[in-house]
Structures are given as C-alpha cells and as structure tokens.
Design a binder for this molecule. Structure first.
Ligand SMILES: NC(=O)c1ccc[n+]([C@@H]2O[C@H](COP(=O)([O-])OP(=O)(O)OC[C@H]3O[C@@H](n4cnc5c(N)ncnc54)[C@H](OP(=O)(O)O)[C@@H]3O)[C@@H](O)[C@H]2O)c1
Length: 405
C-alpha cells in the first residue's frame, strides 16, 4: 500500500521555504469607478463570468500591478505584458532576483514592502489590473484586495488546482466543490499541509470576490507548472534525463494520466484574460487532450536527437520501495490523488488558453538549465543528489529486470 504523498505542497515546498488603508485621496464611489471603467474601454462585464474569448479588436494598454513578479511565473508575465505594450509595477520585498528575463526589470516600477506588515508602497496609485502571485496567506490577499478595490479595476488571483484536494473525481471542473476547511483528524504532516494549501487558496479566492465582486475577479488555477525559472526542481528530471538517452525509467501504469502547464502558457493566458476582460475561474492544465505518462515521455524525448528506450515500471509498491513516490508530472493516481491529473481544461481553452509544443518546452527548459542563469552548484545539487531518482535510476531498472526475469 503506498503511503500518502503530498503533491502540491511537496511541489511548492521550495517556493514556500524560499520566502520564509488607506484609500486614495480622491475616493471614488463604485458607481463613478464603473463609469470610468466603461469610458476607458475596460467594461465591467455584463455577462459576468464570460466564456466569450474573442480578442479585443484593439488591445487597450493596461496598467498592471503584480504582487510578486520576480520568481517563476512573474517574470514571464512581465515579459509578455511589456511586449504587448502594457506597463507594469511590481510589489516585492526586493530580495529575489529572477533567473529569467533579467532585462525586463529595468522597465518596471519597483514598489518595495512586505505583505506581512508593510503595504505603504501600495497606498497610492491606480491600476487596470492587479495580479496576486505571491498570495499564500488569506490575510495577505484580504488586505491587498481591500486596499486596492477602489483603485484597481480587476483583481486576478493566482490560485491552484490544489483547491480541489482531495482529488476524487474523473472530471474536475471549475464548478467542483473546493476546500474551505481543514478536516480535524489527519494522518500525516504532509496531508495536513496539502489541506492547508487548498484551504488557503480557496479562502484567498473568496477574499478577492468579497472585495472586488465576482464581476471584477479573475481566478487562475494552474496545475503543476514547469519551464525556465522553475526553482522547485521537480520537472527538470525529464529534460536532464531525456537528453542523455539510453534506458529511461517511466514510472506508473500504462494508463496513468498526467497534466502539466508550461509557465509561459499560463502567464500569457492570464494577461490575455485581462486584456479581454474575461472574468471568472479557470483551471489551467495541459495538454489539450488526455495524455498518459508513457505518451508524455515519448513526446518529450523527441526534443533530443539521442537514442533512448523506455522501461515502464508499473508496480507502485516496487516504485515506492525504491524511493519513487512521484516524479512530476507522474503522481500515482490512487486515493486522494486519484483525480490530480483529471482537471477539466475546456473552459480555459474556450477562453483562449493555448499550449506550446511539449518538445519545444522540454528543449527550452534544458537550455535554460545549462545556461549561465543557473550555477554549476545548483545543477550539481540536483543532478548529483544520491537520493535523487536521476542517480538511482540505473540501479532501479536493474532490480526491476531481475524481478521480472
Ligand atoms: N509552481 C507551481 O507549479 C504552481 C502551481 C499552481 C499554483 N502556483 C501558484 O503560483 C503562484 C506563483 O508564484 P511565483 O513565486 O512564481 O510568483 P512570482 O510573481 O514570480 O514571485 C513571487 C515573489 O513574491 C515576493 N514575495 C514573497 N514573499 C513576500 C512578502 N512577504 N511580501 C512581498 N513580496 C513577497 C518574492 O520576492 P521577494 O523575495 O523579493 O519579496 C517572490 O519573488 C503562487 O501563488 C503559487 O501558489 C504555483
């Protein structure tokens, strides 16, 4: 029996460990605000959560405030937004330096503070759009949504498919119930953290809706993201491993499904949602159609011109005994993780979500990993980790073959 494994929390653990009101003078009534919004072309949508994804004929240049902006998702949002003529302010503590698109940071306004106890830099200013990437405390999001509700037109909260934990369904849509409360009796610390994360994201989403109203709120719920700038080291196994060729271990049963999203597809979709004033809640998970783990590896390996052969290891107990509890995008689809790769993406696709070719994503992530953006020390930490699957793979395949005769 496989022990419980935490998915989103494990995946974002690194992110979490890395980071350890005034209203405006000329306070506008909501009616004035809506009038002004209409006048400048960012109409408060009459259809509310519209699925109409038509591109604006002429994209209005937006003033965007990103709460965050310097870690993983943010730099890609900034690059895309600037390329499309928007202007960007970012609010951070000024500690984190991006490993991607360093050139964009001289083109944005830097507002420095701390979501824990210093929002002074956000007490002035007006924006068309707030993107809340760094929200990982309900109070943080409640405070910024309240502070900005009369000075920003739209508030976009970067949530997660973690709101659906435990993943029990076959088709998890935006209407599927989300977690609002942690159960009292939980078995493991990992499980507690998984519930905490889902509850925190759901209640943060609700805090935004409460302050901005449903018609001015966009909720983005990405699944596991990967791509240049990823600091979690969870997906990099595949670009690094597949580039080497030879016998490649593929964990899981032949019909185990996977889902993932290139961070750039997520970033660009989020900006386009705001450009089109498309409000509502959106699951962001690729690929377009269902894909098995084996299909994923076969497509990903075509990024490299090397000979390789896959070895499917479809015994969950054997994998666990050998320290392979998950290997993102593979998460054993059992128990509370049954539906973790069964998130419906049709609403987001109808609203304009597109997916890069996996082969391109994998190749570009590989190139980023071996570029000057990363140090040899950072690469070694992952690639030479004696407990890592990369190091243990050969031995695991050997054992598996011996077992199977
Ligand atoms: N990674 C995934 O697979 C995944 C999947 C689903 C959802 N998500 C969600 O996606 C979001 C993206 O996060 P990201 O890190 O990539 O965003 P980001 O916008 O690239 O960066 C976030 C920035 O927030 C700043 N920050 C941290 N603590 C702060 C504080 N107390 N006050 C002010 N600023 C603070 C940090 O800069 P300083 O250190 O300089 O302050 C950090 O660089 C998260 O909400 C995450 O939950 C991620």
């Amino acid at each position: 029996m496989l022990k419980f494994i935490s998915t989103f929390y494990l995946i974002e653990k690194h992110y979490l460990s890395l980071s350890t009101t005034n209203t405006m003078k000329n306070h506008k009534s909501r009616r004035d605000f809506i009038k002004k919004s209409i006048a400048v072309g960012i109409a408060i949508p009459i259809l509310g959560s519209s699925l109409l994804a038509c591109e604006s004929k002429e994209t209005k240049k937006l003033k965007i405030l990103i709460l965050g902006g310097t870690s993983f998702l943010g730099p890609h949002q900034i690059k895309y937004a600037l390329d499309r003529g928007h202007s960007v302010s970012i609010f951070t503590r000024g500690k984190t330096k991006s490993t991607v698109h360093p050139e964009v940071f001289s083109q944005v306004e830097h507002l420095i503070g701390d979501r824990n106890d210093n929002l002074t830099a956000l007490e002035k200013g007006e924006w068309d759009l707030v993107i809340d990437n760094s929200g990982r405390d309900v109070k943080w999001t409640t405070d910024t949504a309240e502070l900005l509700k009369d000075r920003a037109k739209l508030y976009m909260y970067t949530s997660s498919t973690g709101v659906y934990y435990p993943y029990l369904g076959d088709n998890i849509t935006e209407k599927t119930e989300t977690l609002t409360k942690e159960p009292e009796a939980l078995e493991s610390e990992d499980e507690k953290l998984e519930y905490w994360y889902g509850v925190m994201k759901t209640n943060s989403e609700n805090a935004v809706v409460k302050a901005f109203g449903i018609d001015r709120t966009i909720i983005a719920r990405p699944t596991y993201m990967f791509g240049p700038g990823d600091k979690t080291n969870r997906f990099i196994h595949w670009p690094v491993r597949l580039a080497k060729g030879g016998e490649v271990m593929v964990p899981g049963k032949v019909d185990d499904l996977v889902q993932y999203a290139d961070v750039r597809d997520v970033a660009e979709f989020m900006i386009r949602l705001a450009e089109n004033n498309t409000t509502g809640k959106f699951n962001i998970a690729g690929p377009t159609n269902q894909q098995t783990m084996q299909e994923f590896v076969n497509e990903a390996k075509s990024a490299f011109d090397v000979d390789s052969k896959t070895v499917l290891i479809d015994d969950y107990d054997f994998l666990e005994k050998n320290g392979v509890y998950y290997l993102v995008p593979w998460i054993p689809p059992i128990g509370k993780n049954y539906g973790s790769s069964r998130t419906a993406n049709s609403k987001a696709i109808a609203a304009g979500l597109t997916f890069r070719d996996l082969k391109t994503s994998v190749k570009e992530m590989h190139d980023w990993w071996y570029s000057d953006a990363m140090t040899q020390e950072q690469r070694d930490k992952f690639e030479k980790n004696p407990k890592g699957v990369l190091k243990k793979e050969e031995e695991i395949i050997k054992k598996w073959k011996a077992l199977k005769g």
